[in-house]
Ligand binder design. Structure first.
Ligand SMILES: *Cc1c(COP(=O)(O)O)cnc(C)c1O
Length: 396
């Protein structure tokens, strides 16, 4: 079997596409004007920033003046949540609702707000990794300032009932924000039709560069300024625009939403083949609902092994994968997402996430399915936990 290089970690980051890179390059060398400058070089840059804003807006069904460029998805989440909290606390609203399995960009922000005197309700998820919208309805109070629930989970790929949640928030007149960093380009989104008030997205998950993101804020919602200074981003977020990155984001978002169903039709059967192939191994389970999940995501627990060792062995075989999220690997705590769907610590530790895009070919899938059983067998043969499991002894 010939060694391959396979990038199956697109939920962690993606390669900048050729089209995005090509669109960006002139802004480093010839079209380098400051969008605030009065001469043509500056005005052209201004025009291209606004063109990118219009592209991002169109891709999610928003108006251009509802889009703010930020430096990343985390910044968008922070701004939406802290900004709303700051504004509505003045009206006595100091309660926030979120879910237990959000990205840390949301969870660490709400934890920070708890220290500032806010009360936060963390909605649980079921064993399939889905939120029940009725739980949100029941949690909403008079003093609820904000509901923030992710569109699709970054670890187990489950897609949440966003329309229902948005509808409930609308009825109850509570602002609804969603972290859609994993969903954009994989799920059809129309913020106006769906009743979404704020939405975060990030460039590097959709083949733009790292360090660029956007926040959609529905017209009529006024967030406090994020960065004080010049008049950029309609006075809300000062700092000279990152023109190349913004232009790249515009192209990337447009490309990402272009062929959502065609891409899914290619990726989903490959993803399913991977799931079925890996689940042939004994003592494995798929994490997250099988159908309500992102086309390219699979997350499987493999008992009797350590996720870290698995990743290193896969790396030696040319396969880039993940166990838990990139932010949590490196720490020994098992993923809060896997614990939230009821996995035991030792099972959560042996989990594998593959996130494929259309560049992972059928041959790549076959290669992955050849490598994984061998690697798992090897690791299990060295594992004291596995030995005890096989003898039917207690091993916790
Ligand atoms: C990657 C990710 C983020 C953070 O985006 P950055 O641009 O890396 O800050 C936030 N939320 C989710 C769901 C993500 O997957």
């Amino acid at each position: 079997m010939e060694k391959r290089f396979i990038y199956a970690d697109n939920a962690a980051t993606t390669r900048v596409s050729d089209k995005v890179l090509e669109a960006m390059l002139p802004y480093f060398t010839t079209a380098y004007g400051n969008p605030s400058s009065i001469y043509k070089l500056g005005r052209d840059a201004q025009r291209d920033v606004e063109d990118a804003r219009a592209r991002v807006a169109k891709a999610i069904g928003a108006d251009p003046n509802e889009i703010f460029f930020t430096s990343c998805g985390s910044e968008s989440d922070n701004w939406a949540i802290k900004g709303t909290a700051e504004r509505l606390a003045k009206k006595g609203k100091k309660h926030i609702i979120t879910s237990v399995f959000e990205h840390h960009a949301v969870l660490h922000t709400t934890q920070y707000l708890e220290k500032q005197g806010f009360e936060v309700t963390y909605i649980p998820v079921d064993e399939k990794g889905l939120i029940n919208p009725e739980d949100i309805r029941n949690a909403i109070r008079e003093d609820t300032a904000l509901v923030t629930v992710m569109y699709a989970n970054n670890e187990i790929g489950t897609i949440q009932p966003i329309d229902e949640i948005a509808q409930i928030c609308r009825e109850k007149k509570v602002i609804f924000h969603t972290d859609a960093v994993q969903a954009v380009g994989h799920v059809e989104i129309n913020v106006h039709e769906q009743g979404i008030d704020m939405l975060s997205l990030s460039g590097h998950k959709i083949h733009a560069q790292k360090g660029i993101g956007a926040l959609y804020v529905r017209k009529g919602i006024v967030l406090p300024n994020l960065i004080h200074g010049g008049g950029q981003e309609r006075n809300k977020r000062a700092g000279t625009e990152n023109v190349p990155a913004i232009v790249g984001l515009g192209v990337a978002v447009e490309e990402a939403v272009k062929n959502i169903s065609e891409k899914a039709a290619i990726i989903t059967p490959r993803r399913n083949k991977l799931i079925d192939g890996i689940l042939q191994l004994p003592y494995t389970r798929l994490n997250g609902d099988r159908d309500k999940r992102l086309p390219g995501n699979l997350n499987i627990s493999i008992e009797g092994i350590e996720g870290e060792s698995l990743l290193l062995m896969l790396d030696m075989n040319g396969i880039c994968a993940s166990s838990g999220s990139a932010c949590t690997s490196g720490s020994l705590d098992p993923s809060h997402v896997l614990l939230s769907i009821g996995l035991k610590h030792e099972v959560a530790h042996g989990s594998l996430r593959l996130s494929i895009d259309e560049n992972v070919s059928d041959e790549d899938v076959d290669y992955i399915l050849e490598v994984i059983p061998k690697v798992v067998e090897r690791l299990r043969s060295m594992s004291p936990v596995w030995e005890k499991m096989m003898k039917g002894e207690k091993y916790e």
